[in-house]
Design a binder for this molecule. Structure first.
Ligand SMILES: O=C(CO)[C@H](O)[C@H](O)COP(=O)(O)O
Length: 233
């Protein structure tokens, strides 16, 4: 890990551990996906192991998070058993001033959005460089599409003005989400009307999810050289 990576990692960890302070015993907690959210899972596991927190169960937003939580002894549940989540802690790829997000860099966008929509409180944790003046400035919008007809979806997304890249796995084959879908990373550049774009994407058959998380964030915890800030929407 280079010095810069270790510094970024320390900020991610600081934001994550601050968010874990919001968890109370007895809660159903949404467990996000990505490197920042992983710090929150680790901290939660420690608090449970030492008895500081009790009777907390987690709803993982990906198989990766499920495996991490299981390995650390964090009790898990499902939305079938607990259809309402008290508090979710998750990361983001880009955060706009109105706390709208681009998520999906780790490919978990569909389950993350389902859990976010089921949550009373959605606490987003980021390091400071994730903050952006406008969505799309720093990160493409991931769009999860059914493998059936994905090339037609690519042409549709290009017609909306995106430069489309098929996300690849480490072996060079197309990446597949936990649901077996394909992810098309769509570079729209700075997005003027995220709500209108989200509506267009939501109305397209075969688009299973997109990374525009609008009106879902309740809390934002940011860690950077100036310390940790917590904003409530
Ligand atoms: O949306 C996500 C996964 O689908 C992640 O929360 C997002 O990509 C941020 O990841 P990291 O904390 O590793 O930067």
């Amino acid at each position: 890990m280079t010095p810069d990576e270790s510094v970024v990692s320390s900020f991610k960890r600081a934001a994550a551990e601050r968010a874990v302070d919001f968890i109370q015993s007895g809660m159903v907690v949404g467990l996000g996906t990505g490197s920042t959210a992983a710090f929150a899972v680790r901290k939660l596991a420690v608090l449970l192991a030492e008895g500081t927190l009790k009777d907390v169960v987690g709803v993982p937003t990906s198989r990766t998070t499920e495996a991490l939580a299981t390995s650390l002894g964090v009790p898990l549940t499902t939305l079938d058993v607990h259809p309402v989540v008290d508090l979710t802690i998750d990361g983001a790829d880009e955060v706009a001033p109105d706390l709208s997000l681009i998520k999906g860099g780790g490919g978990a966008l569909l389950r993350e959005k389902i859990v976010a929509q089921a949550s009373r409180r959605e606490v987003i944790i980021v390091d400071a460089p994730k903050l952006s003046p406008r969505l799309g400035t720093k990160w493409p919008v991931p769009v999860e599409v059914l493998p059936f007809g994905w090339r037609s979806q690519s042409l549709f997304l290009e017609s909306l003005g995106a430069r489309v890249t098929v996300r690849l796995a480490l072996d060079g084959a197309p990446f597949h989400t936990d649901q077996g879908n394909v992810v098309l990373d769509c570079d729209f550049g700075p997005i003027n009307d995220a709500a209108a774009l989200a509506a267009r994407l939501d109305s397209r058959a075969g688009v299973m999810a997109h990374g525009l998380f609008l009106n879902l964030t309740t809390d934002l915890v940011v860690a950077g050289p100036d310390g940790i800030t917590h904003r409530v929407r």
